[in-house]
Design a protein. Structure first.
Length: 317
């Protein structure tokens, strides 16, 4: 199996300047404003015969890791097999849950781009980005390797995983078919939005949000500044912070309104440029007829973990 890569379920108002003179925003975010999360994966394991052209099927996949429904034929784009070296299954689960599996730990990567009609593929159909590989001959029993199958939305390695399963080739097995389990139930994810310092923000602009002082994401990893690609403002009418927190995995689905600012490694964003996701209307301010909760999220769609890098509660004044 060819060596490959896996790049893989907010402060005080004011104005300041950096010592180098670079202008800062007037809504400054720090670690005290960011949420914290806990995540754990329980990935099923299937034993198979080694050095065999195993059939991998995803017919049973009807939900993703967040328990959202999906169609096995149309909502999945990529099947990948990773050979991970010198990590136990428990260690792989722990690192995947927090988005911390590194390229150096992936000793092999092969994939198959799905055709949206069939729901099974043989190991021999997988390749290294189009380069043919004799995968069955390299799919061997070994104490040094852990094999992981990922089914994903999109074709970027390590991004967009919807469900997964460990494969264990063993001489004691004659099994040649793997039914990948549905995603719901594999991921336990919780977030704490109640303990952070809310961000005071004026009901009318300007609102230039600046997050360069945030050093960690929700699980404590370093902030991937250069990979951040979106800021989102969400209003949740009639909901308290604790109610939003309890439904964190559905946060975008339960929002009354969402506004987005596309980013490209930026560390500031002007909320006046945000556009409503449904209509395209420009964000006009925090005045709302109904009470509710305002959330600001800063995300990285190209990161292993789909969880926001920064998630905080805004407190309009």
């Amino acid at each position: 199996m060819a060596a490959g890569a896996m790049a893989m379920v907010l402060g005080a108002c004011g104005s300041a300047a950096r010592p180098d003179g670079e202008p800062r925003g007037n809504v400054l975010l720090g670690d005290e404003n960011n949420y914290t999360t806990t995540a754990a994966l329980s990935i099923p394991e299937v034993e198979t015969a080694p050095a065999t052209d195993v059939d991998v099927c995803w017919t049973q996949v009807v939900t993703d890791l967040q328990c959202h429904p999906l169609a096995a034929t149309s909502d999945l784009d990529n099947l990948a097999l990773l050979r991970i070296s010198h990590l136990t299954k428990d260690q792989v689960e722990a690192q995947l849950a927090v988005g911390d599996l590194t390229q150096a730990q992936v000793a092999g990567y092969v994939e198959y781009n799905l055709d949206h009609t069939r729901t099974c593929a043989k190991l021999s159909q997988l390749s290294f980005f189009g380069t043919p590989i004799d995968v069955p001959s390299e799919y061997v029993e070994s104490a040094s390797y852990t094999y992981l199958v990922l089914l994903a939305k999109g074709t970027t390695p390590g991004v967009g995983a919807r469900t997964m399963v460990f494969l264990t080739p063993t001489a004691a097995s004659t099994n040649t078919t793997v039914d990948v389990p549905t995603g719901c139930g594999l991921l336990a994810f919780a977030a704490d939005l109640s303990s952070l310092e809310k961000v005071p923000i004026a009901t009318s602009g300007p609102w230039v949000v600046d997050w360069r002082d945030v050093t960690r994401d929700g699980v404590g990893n370093a902030v991937p500044f250069q990979r951040i690609d979106r800021l989102t403002i969400g209003f949740f009418a009639g909901m308290t912070v604790s109610e939003v927190e309890a439904r964190i995995v559905d946060i975008e689905n339960i929002a009354t309104t969402l506004w987005d600012v596309p980013l490209s490694g930026d560390r500031t964003a002007d909320l006046a440029t945000a556009q409503e996701r449904a209509s395209g209307a420009t964000f006009s301010g925090f005045e709302q007829a109904d009470p509710g909760t305002w959330i600001l999220a800063i995300t990285c769609s190209r990161c292993q973990s789909p969880a926001p890098v920064v998630l905080t509660v805004l407190e309009p004044r």
